[in-house]
Design a binder for this molecule. Structure first.
Ligand SMILES: NC(=O)c1ccc[n+]([C@@H]2O[C@H](COP(=O)([O-])OP(=O)(O)OC[C@H]3O[C@@H](n4cnc5c(N)ncnc54)[C@H](O)[C@@H]3O)[C@@H](O)[C@H]2O)c1
Length: 445
């Protein structure tokens, strides 16, 4: 038996002890591993209308990976993804509507979650409790407290939890961070990130009957119940606080993650947001225009600018990050390339990649590169790699965006504890650190 096999077996067995159950008393974390030959990794994918369909297709094309299960509360989506995967692999995945039922299955290794944001942390915790490794799309949480619970679950059940901040696995983003650490622009002390799009109005929804193909009760899951409206599903939930987290977490998480990595910082000391829903008057509640500025204890700061409804680019790119240092500047156009400029603006290093990020592609703005992140997850399960975006790393970046939204909602700057990001001396703001759950859906690790 190889060292790798030993490690994998250790990961499998280590999770069995001490399992307590969440949401579904019938879940058993017993012998959950596949025992499949040649370290085949079997995945179940939750939520496959858009991003999850991409994840399922991409996982299915990786060597020795099987997409064994698809779970979606929309029967039409479920049928389509099952057919699409069968077309790619010749093998039909089994379909589920209820994630709790899927997690009773013992013969798969990992759960990939691309359901809406309010499901991310609860499903991550349920997955860990059922003995599954978890790939959870960004943001890893609907609010900061859920991120803390997801970290606790990964540790308690000894599971690998990777957040879908895929830039952590891009070779040239790793290279740009190495250049920053090596002093390529002196001391980087400020980073500016941006995301732009031309999103249309979502209009004003009407309360109508839930379509027969949709299980709206399970779609809402842990979230307090609100009536079904005809402009909510799919996708537009992103802009309503009960389920979504706005552009700051929908896309800002990516830039904030790269900025946090490049500046070599963890939790902020101060966060302030400005902006609002300016472009249209409709059901959209989160800001469509927002700046979030965060300061850190090591004398650095970052600003993220989101423009959901005006896609005029910045520096020639629809999304990106610039690092400003004491001796130069590093420009990152959002995918897998970067340039370094001296004090006169002259390019002193030009690291190219053919792929340019398309911010208007809602499924995968960096489609071809994203497979590297999924491969990192699968390789880590096999014991051949280390997660590039584990849940703690993902949480630290996600919290900065959450703090931006909390500042936006209470209308003032927040002073934070740099040890954990908790808001200091502001009870009203700290109330938004967590959320209420619908009856029977309380999240416990
Ligand atoms: N990493 C990236 O670059 C990237 C890109 C796009 C989206 N995302 C993330 O992926 C997530 C999904 O985004 P989307 O645009 O695909 O949303 P979407 O609304 O288009 O699709 C969500 C799917 O989840 C399903 N669903 C809802 N509740 C479910 C449940 N309880 N069980 C099973 N399925 C359930 C819905 O029916 C739907 O099919 C979001 O959190 C988003 O932030 C990440």
């Amino acid at each position: 038996m190889s060292d790798q096999t030993n490690r994998r077996d250790f990961l499998r067995t280590a999770s069995v002890a001490g399992t307590s159950l969440l949401l579904s008393p019938s879940l058993s974390a017993g012998s959950f591993f596949t025992g499949s030959p040649n370290d085949k990794v079997v995945i179940g994918v939750m939520g496959t209308h858009s991003r999850g369909e991409f994840l399922a297709r991409t996982f299915a094309k990786l060597p020795n990976v099987e997409v064994g299960y698809i779970c979606d509360v929309d029967q039409n989506v479920l049928n389509k993804t099952i057919a699409d995967i069968e077309k790619i692999t010749g093998k039909k995945p089994q379909g589920f509507t209820d994630i709790r039922k899927l997690l009773e299955k013992k013969d798969f290794d990992a759960l990939a979650i691309a359901a809406p944001d309010h499901w991310h942390a609860p499903a991550t915790i349920m997955g860990c409790q059922a003995g599954k490794h978890v790939y959870v799309e960004k943001p890893c949480s609907h609010n900061p407290h859920e991120g803390e619970m997801a970290i606790e679950a990964a540790s308690k059940y000894k599971r690998l939890v990777q957040m879908g901040s895929q830039r952590r696995s891009f070779s040239n983003v790793q290279a740009l961070v190495a250049d920053l650490r090596a002093g390529a622009i002196g001391r980087p002390y400020f980073a500016r990130g941006w995301y732009t799009n031309w999103r249309p109005s979502i209009g004003t929804g009407k309360e109508v009957a839930v379509p027969a193909n949709l299980n709206y009760d399970l779609w809402q899951g842990p979230a307090p119940r609100q009536p079904y409206k005809d402009n909510l599903i799919h996708y537009n939930w992103h802009w309503l606080w009960n389920w979504g987290t706005g552009e700051a977490l929908n896309n800002g998480t990516h830039e904030i993650d790269v900025m946090r990595w490049g500046l070599d910082v963890d939790y902020p000391t101060k966060v302030v947001s400005g902006g609002g829903r300016f472009a249209f008057q409709d059901d959209w509640q989160t800001p469509d225009t927002q700046t979030i500025t965060a300061n850190f204890a090591n004398n650095t700061a970052m600003t993220w600018e989101g423009r959901s409804c005006n896609g005029y680019n910045s520096e020639g790119y629809g999304r990106g990050v610039i690092f400003y240092g004491t001796t130069g500047t590093l420009v990152y156009p959002g995918a897998n390339s970067y340039t370094i400029h001296d004090q006169k603006g002259k390019v002193v290093k030009d690291v190219k990649d053919d792929i340019i990020a398309d911010p208007t592609n809602p499924v995968s703005p960096t489609e071809k590169l994203d497979a590297t992140h999924l491969l990192n997850f699968v390789s880590s399960i096999r014991g051949d790699a280390k997660l590039t975006a584990d849940i703690l790393t993902g949480h630290k970046s996600t919290v900065i965006a959450h703090l931006g939204n909390i500042s936006q909602r209470v209308g003032r700057a927040l002073v934070c504890d740099p040890q954990n990001g908790h808001i200091q001396n502001d009870k009203e703001a700290m109330q938004l650190w967590g959320r209420e759950y619908d009856k029977g859906w309380q999240v416990r690790v």
